[in-house]
Design a protein around this ligand. Structure first.
Ligand code: DGL
Length: 274
Protein backbone atom coordinates (compact mmCIF):
# COMPACT_ATOMS: atom_id res chain seq x y z
CA UNK A 1 0.00 0.00 0.00
CA UNK A 2 1.60 3.28 -1.09
CA UNK A 3 1.66 6.09 1.44
CA UNK A 4 1.41 8.55 -1.47
CA UNK A 5 -2.20 7.58 -2.10
CA UNK A 6 -5.08 9.71 -0.80
CA UNK A 7 -7.33 8.81 2.11
CA UNK A 8 -10.89 8.01 1.05
CA UNK A 9 -13.72 9.49 3.09
CA UNK A 10 -17.29 8.51 2.45
CA UNK A 11 -20.67 9.59 3.72
CA UNK A 12 -24.26 9.34 2.60
CA UNK A 13 -24.10 12.98 1.49
CA UNK A 14 -22.60 16.30 2.52
CA UNK A 15 -22.57 15.68 6.29
CA UNK A 16 -19.24 13.83 6.28
CA UNK A 17 -17.58 17.05 5.19
CA UNK A 18 -17.57 17.99 8.90
CA UNK A 19 -15.26 14.99 9.39
CA UNK A 20 -13.21 15.79 6.28
CA UNK A 21 -12.72 19.34 7.49
CA UNK A 22 -11.28 18.10 10.81
CA UNK A 23 -9.03 15.62 8.98
CA UNK A 24 -7.78 18.27 6.53
CA UNK A 25 -6.97 20.56 9.42
CA UNK A 26 -5.18 17.89 11.51
CA UNK A 27 -3.39 16.19 8.58
CA UNK A 28 -2.75 18.98 6.05
CA UNK A 29 -0.11 16.98 4.16
CA UNK A 30 -2.58 14.21 3.29
CA UNK A 31 -4.56 14.14 0.05
CA UNK A 32 -8.23 13.41 0.64
CA UNK A 33 -10.84 11.95 -1.70
CA UNK A 34 -14.43 12.53 -0.55
CA UNK A 35 -17.42 10.58 -1.81
CA UNK A 36 -20.91 11.82 -0.94
CA UNK A 37 -23.54 9.25 -1.92
CA UNK A 38 -26.13 11.95 -2.51
CA UNK A 39 -28.13 9.76 -4.93
CA UNK A 40 -29.00 7.48 -2.02
CA UNK A 41 -29.08 9.87 0.97
CA UNK A 42 -30.44 9.59 3.64
CA UNK A 43 -29.03 6.34 5.06
CA UNK A 44 -30.40 7.08 8.53
CA UNK A 45 -33.84 5.52 8.08
CA UNK A 46 -32.82 2.53 5.91
CA UNK A 47 -32.49 -1.15 6.78
CA UNK A 48 -29.13 -2.56 7.95
CA UNK A 49 -28.84 -4.70 4.79
CA UNK A 50 -29.35 -1.72 2.49
CA UNK A 51 -26.87 0.41 4.44
CA UNK A 52 -24.25 -2.36 4.22
CA UNK A 53 -24.81 -2.71 0.47
CA UNK A 54 -24.45 1.05 -0.10
CA UNK A 55 -21.33 1.16 2.09
CA UNK A 56 -19.65 -1.72 0.23
CA UNK A 57 -20.41 -0.10 -3.13
CA UNK A 58 -19.08 3.30 -2.02
CA UNK A 59 -15.93 1.82 -0.49
CA UNK A 60 -15.26 -0.23 -3.62
CA UNK A 61 -15.51 2.89 -5.76
CA UNK A 62 -12.94 4.61 -3.55
CA UNK A 63 -10.68 1.55 -3.58
CA UNK A 64 -10.82 1.45 -7.38
CA UNK A 65 -9.76 5.12 -7.48
CA UNK A 66 -6.75 4.17 -5.30
CA UNK A 67 -6.75 4.99 -1.59
CA UNK A 68 -4.52 3.89 1.28
CA UNK A 69 -7.21 4.02 3.99
CA UNK A 70 -10.92 4.74 4.31
CA UNK A 71 -12.83 6.78 6.85
CA UNK A 72 -16.52 5.92 7.08
CA UNK A 73 -17.63 9.41 8.08
CA UNK A 74 -21.31 8.46 8.25
CA UNK A 75 -22.41 7.34 11.73
CA UNK A 76 -25.19 5.17 10.35
CA UNK A 77 -22.82 3.39 7.95
CA UNK A 78 -20.22 3.04 10.72
CA UNK A 79 -22.93 1.48 12.90
CA UNK A 80 -24.00 -1.17 10.42
CA UNK A 81 -21.20 -1.67 7.91
CA UNK A 82 -17.84 -1.03 9.56
CA UNK A 83 -17.11 -4.66 10.48
CA UNK A 84 -18.15 -5.92 7.02
CA UNK A 85 -15.90 -3.34 5.36
CA UNK A 86 -12.95 -4.15 7.62
CA UNK A 87 -13.31 -7.83 6.72
CA UNK A 88 -13.64 -7.15 3.00
CA UNK A 89 -10.72 -4.80 2.35
CA UNK A 90 -7.02 -5.08 3.10
CA UNK A 91 -6.42 -1.41 3.96
CA UNK A 92 -7.35 0.34 7.23
CA UNK A 93 -11.06 1.23 7.47
CA UNK A 94 -11.99 3.56 10.33
CA UNK A 95 -15.42 4.47 11.62
CA UNK A 96 -16.54 7.48 13.62
CA UNK A 97 -18.15 5.71 16.60
CA UNK A 98 -15.24 4.35 18.66
CA UNK A 99 -13.05 7.50 18.62
CA UNK A 100 -15.75 9.80 20.05
CA UNK A 101 -16.98 7.09 22.45
CA UNK A 102 -13.44 6.94 23.89
CA UNK A 103 -13.31 10.76 24.16
CA UNK A 104 -16.70 10.84 25.92
CA UNK A 105 -15.79 8.04 28.35
CA UNK A 106 -12.63 9.97 29.25
CA UNK A 107 -14.53 13.26 29.65
CA UNK A 108 -17.54 12.34 31.77
CA UNK A 109 -17.40 13.16 35.48
CA UNK A 110 -20.81 11.73 36.40
CA UNK A 111 -20.38 8.52 34.37
CA UNK A 112 -23.58 9.26 32.45
CA UNK A 113 -23.37 9.90 28.69
CA UNK A 114 -26.09 10.96 26.26
CA UNK A 115 -26.08 9.96 22.59
CA UNK A 116 -28.15 11.50 19.83
CA UNK A 117 -28.18 10.27 16.22
CA UNK A 118 -30.32 9.04 13.36
CA UNK A 119 -32.96 6.37 13.97
CA UNK A 120 -30.63 3.78 12.44
CA UNK A 121 -27.64 4.71 14.58
CA UNK A 122 -29.65 4.70 17.79
CA UNK A 123 -31.42 1.41 16.92
CA UNK A 124 -28.05 -0.24 16.22
CA UNK A 125 -26.91 0.45 19.82
CA UNK A 126 -23.39 0.96 18.43
CA UNK A 127 -22.63 3.79 20.88
CA UNK A 128 -24.26 1.93 23.75
CA UNK A 129 -22.08 -1.12 23.05
CA UNK A 130 -18.90 0.95 22.59
CA UNK A 131 -19.52 2.85 25.83
CA UNK A 132 -20.39 -0.30 27.78
CA UNK A 133 -17.12 -1.83 26.56
CA UNK A 134 -15.35 1.24 27.96
CA UNK A 135 -16.99 0.74 31.35
CA UNK A 136 -19.73 3.39 31.00
CA UNK A 137 -23.04 1.76 31.90
CA UNK A 138 -25.27 4.84 32.17
CA UNK A 139 -26.05 5.69 28.54
CA UNK A 140 -29.20 7.45 27.35
CA UNK A 141 -29.89 7.56 23.62
CA UNK A 142 -32.34 9.60 21.58
CA UNK A 143 -32.98 9.58 17.84
CA UNK A 144 -33.30 13.13 16.46
CA UNK A 145 -34.15 12.60 12.77
CA UNK A 146 -35.33 16.17 12.08
CA UNK A 147 -31.88 17.60 12.85
CA UNK A 148 -30.57 16.28 9.49
CA UNK A 149 -32.95 18.22 7.19
CA UNK A 150 -32.66 21.30 9.46
CA UNK A 151 -28.85 21.30 9.10
CA UNK A 152 -29.07 20.80 5.33
CA UNK A 153 -31.51 23.68 5.00
CA UNK A 154 -29.30 25.91 7.14
CA UNK A 155 -31.93 26.11 9.90
CA UNK A 156 -29.53 25.98 12.81
CA UNK A 157 -31.02 28.70 15.03
CA UNK A 158 -34.39 30.21 15.84
CA UNK A 159 -37.71 29.34 17.44
CA UNK A 160 -38.53 26.34 15.26
CA UNK A 161 -35.17 24.66 15.86
CA UNK A 162 -35.34 25.45 19.59
CA UNK A 163 -38.81 23.89 19.85
CA UNK A 164 -37.70 20.72 18.04
CA UNK A 165 -34.51 20.50 20.13
CA UNK A 166 -36.53 20.95 23.36
CA UNK A 167 -38.85 18.16 22.39
CA UNK A 168 -35.94 15.78 21.62
CA UNK A 169 -33.67 16.77 24.50
CA UNK A 170 -36.19 16.72 27.33
CA UNK A 171 -35.41 13.02 27.71
CA UNK A 172 -32.16 14.13 29.37
CA UNK A 173 -33.88 16.22 32.08
CA UNK A 174 -33.61 14.48 35.44
CA UNK A 175 -30.65 12.37 34.30
CA UNK A 176 -26.99 12.69 35.34
CA UNK A 177 -25.80 13.11 31.74
CA UNK A 178 -22.90 15.60 31.62
CA UNK A 179 -21.48 14.62 28.21
CA UNK A 180 -23.48 14.46 24.99
CA UNK A 181 -22.23 12.69 21.86
CA UNK A 182 -23.43 14.16 18.58
CA UNK A 183 -23.67 10.80 16.81
CA UNK A 184 -24.49 12.15 13.37
CA UNK A 185 -22.45 14.00 10.75
CA UNK A 186 -24.97 16.84 10.56
CA UNK A 187 -25.35 17.70 14.22
CA UNK A 188 -22.13 19.77 14.62
CA UNK A 189 -23.91 22.52 12.67
CA UNK A 190 -26.53 22.60 15.43
CA UNK A 191 -24.04 22.15 18.29
CA UNK A 192 -24.60 25.61 19.82
CA UNK A 193 -28.37 25.24 19.80
CA UNK A 194 -28.22 21.66 21.08
CA UNK A 195 -25.87 22.61 23.94
CA UNK A 196 -27.93 25.65 24.95
CA UNK A 197 -31.31 23.89 24.77
CA UNK A 198 -29.90 20.89 26.67
CA UNK A 199 -28.72 23.20 29.45
CA UNK A 200 -32.05 25.05 29.56
CA UNK A 201 -34.02 21.79 29.61
CA UNK A 202 -31.81 19.83 32.02
CA UNK A 203 -30.85 22.83 34.16
CA UNK A 204 -27.13 22.06 34.15
CA UNK A 205 -24.13 22.30 31.89
CA UNK A 206 -23.14 19.68 29.33
CA UNK A 207 -20.03 18.91 27.30
CA UNK A 208 -20.97 18.42 23.65
CA UNK A 209 -18.65 16.14 21.63
CA UNK A 210 -18.76 15.38 17.92
CA UNK A 211 -16.97 12.64 16.01
CA UNK A 212 -14.99 14.85 13.66
CA UNK A 213 -11.94 15.79 15.72
CA UNK A 214 -11.80 12.47 17.62
CA UNK A 215 -11.83 10.62 14.29
CA UNK A 216 -9.08 12.84 12.86
CA UNK A 217 -6.88 11.96 15.86
CA UNK A 218 -7.66 8.23 15.48
CA UNK A 219 -6.80 8.43 11.77
CA UNK A 220 -3.52 10.16 12.49
CA UNK A 221 -2.61 7.36 14.95
CA UNK A 222 -3.64 4.68 12.45
CA UNK A 223 -1.48 6.17 9.68
CA UNK A 224 1.46 6.32 12.03
CA UNK A 225 1.00 2.73 13.23
CA UNK A 226 0.87 1.47 9.64
CA UNK A 227 3.64 3.80 8.40
CA UNK A 228 1.15 5.24 5.91
CA UNK A 229 1.66 8.98 6.53
CA UNK A 230 2.15 10.99 3.35
CA UNK A 231 5.88 11.38 2.61
CA UNK A 232 5.22 14.70 0.89
CA UNK A 233 3.02 17.65 1.84
CA UNK A 234 0.59 17.38 -1.07
CA UNK A 235 -2.76 17.97 0.63
CA UNK A 236 -4.87 17.75 -2.54
CA UNK A 237 -8.62 17.66 -1.92
CA UNK A 238 -11.04 15.97 -4.35
CA UNK A 239 -14.81 15.85 -4.01
CA UNK A 240 -17.21 13.41 -5.71
CA UNK A 241 -20.98 13.05 -5.48
CA UNK A 242 -23.37 10.46 -6.90
CA UNK A 243 -26.08 13.07 -7.62
CA UNK A 244 -26.02 16.64 -8.92
CA UNK A 245 -22.54 18.14 -8.19
CA UNK A 246 -23.85 21.73 -8.22
CA UNK A 247 -26.39 20.98 -5.52
CA UNK A 248 -23.72 19.17 -3.50
CA UNK A 249 -21.40 22.18 -3.79
CA UNK A 250 -24.13 24.57 -2.68
CA UNK A 251 -24.94 22.68 0.53
CA UNK A 252 -21.30 21.72 1.10
CA UNK A 253 -20.22 25.24 2.01
CA UNK A 254 -22.14 25.06 5.29
CA UNK A 255 -20.53 21.74 6.22
CA UNK A 256 -16.97 22.23 4.94
CA UNK A 257 -16.66 25.91 5.76
CA UNK A 258 -15.30 26.76 2.30
CA UNK A 259 -16.82 27.11 -1.13
CA UNK A 260 -16.26 24.05 -3.35
CA UNK A 261 -15.84 24.81 -7.02
CA UNK A 262 -14.87 21.44 -8.45
CA UNK A 263 -17.24 18.61 -7.54
CA UNK A 264 -17.20 15.57 -9.84
CA UNK A 265 -20.21 13.42 -10.60
CA UNK A 266 -19.57 9.67 -10.21
CA UNK A 267 -21.68 6.55 -10.64
CA UNK A 268 -21.10 3.62 -8.38
CA UNK A 269 -21.70 -0.05 -9.30
CA UNK A 270 -23.52 -2.57 -7.16
CA UNK A 271 -20.72 -4.98 -6.23
CA UNK A 272 -22.25 -6.26 -3.01
CA UNK A 273 -22.87 -9.74 -4.46
CA UNK A 274 -19.44 -10.10 -6.10
N1 DGL B 1 -24.57 10.82 7.55
C1 DGL B 1 -25.66 10.32 8.35
C2 DGL B 1 -25.13 9.94 9.74
O1 DGL B 1 -24.14 10.43 10.22
C3 DGL B 1 -26.78 11.34 8.46
C4 DGL B 1 -27.54 11.54 7.17
C5 DGL B 1 -28.24 10.30 6.68
O2 DGL B 1 -29.23 9.87 7.30
O3 DGL B 1 -27.79 9.74 5.68
O4 DGL B 1 -25.73 9.10 10.38
Amino acid sequence: MSSNLPIGIFDSGVGGLTVMRAIASRLPAESLLYLGDTARVPYGNRSPQTIRRYAVNATTMLRDEGVKAIVVACNTASAYALRALQERYDFPVLGVVDPVARAAAAATATGAIGVIGTRGTVASNCYLDALHALGVSDVIQKACPLFVPLAEEGWTQGEVVDAIARSYLQVFAGTAVDTLILGCTHYPLLADTIGRVFEETAGRSVRVLDSASATAIALSDELETNALGSPEAVGALRFCATDDPAQFAETATRFFGAHLTDVEHVDIRDVSHE
